[in-house]
Design a binder for this molecule. Sequence first.
Ligand SMILES: CC(C)(COP(=O)(O)OP(=O)(O)OC[C@H]1O[C@@H](n2cnc3c(N)ncnc32)[C@H](O)[C@@H]1OP(=O)(O)O)[C@@H](O)C(=O)NCCC(=O)NCCS
Length: 191
Amino acid sequence: MLLNQDFSHEFHWRGKDLRVGFVLPEAKKKISDGMKYMSKETIRHRFFGLKNGFTDRELKYLTEIDGYNHFALGIEEVKNPERGVAILRLVRDDLYPQEAEMAILIIDEYQKVGLGSLLMHFCIAAAAERGITTLRFTYLPDNHAIVKLIKRFGSPKAEQLASDYVQMKLPLTKELVDKALKALSEFFVKA
Ligand SMILES: CC(C)(COP(=O)(O)OP(=O)(O)OC[C@H]1O[C@@H](n2cnc3c(N)ncnc32)[C@H](O)[C@@H]1OP(=O)(O)O)[C@@H](O)C(=O)NCCC(=O)NCCS
């Protein structure tokens, strides 16, 4: 598996040296501090409401992961590794193990520069390595950024879950997986 617990890779992105790597238990403080770098809108879109911080139990859940049923990658600046820049999370469904819920969060300063698409490629590759064939996204109806991002990868139908949430399921076709692997191999050559 390419994207395993040892995965860590430095790359250059829009004038910055960044590192993408597997989320380890040591990331608790970074995740906890991360709220400082997010607008209320970003927090609301990711956590579906107000959030001021994480409990110890939440931090354990977010960082002590097996890499197979629960996979997460983080991005940080090489020069300032105490600050998280982005995180991608993939959690396998208990009842439908070929489906996984994907969540993504990029701090405001780094939004709209294409990191979302890069993380989608990583997510699709990680999912394919783990036998996941469908990605699920749950989001708030006014989250146009995530919808635009998903639609770059396919045209799944949105389904209203409860009054406050929408869900999209993106089937991971061979074409989509090949496209992600190709984008990542170009990324690794360039970075
Ligand atoms: C959703 C999110 C991951 C998108 O990441 P990103 O790096 O900004 O995405 P990209 O730069 O690859 O751009 C994707 C598209 O969304 C658009 N976009 C980004 N932010 C936007 C915003 N606030 N409003 C409208 N469109 C936006 C981009 O312009 C781009 O559109 P295009 O395809 O027409 O060019 C990021 O905005 C984010 O972390 N938001 C907060 C958390 C969140 O909403 N997570 C999703 C729910 S789990």
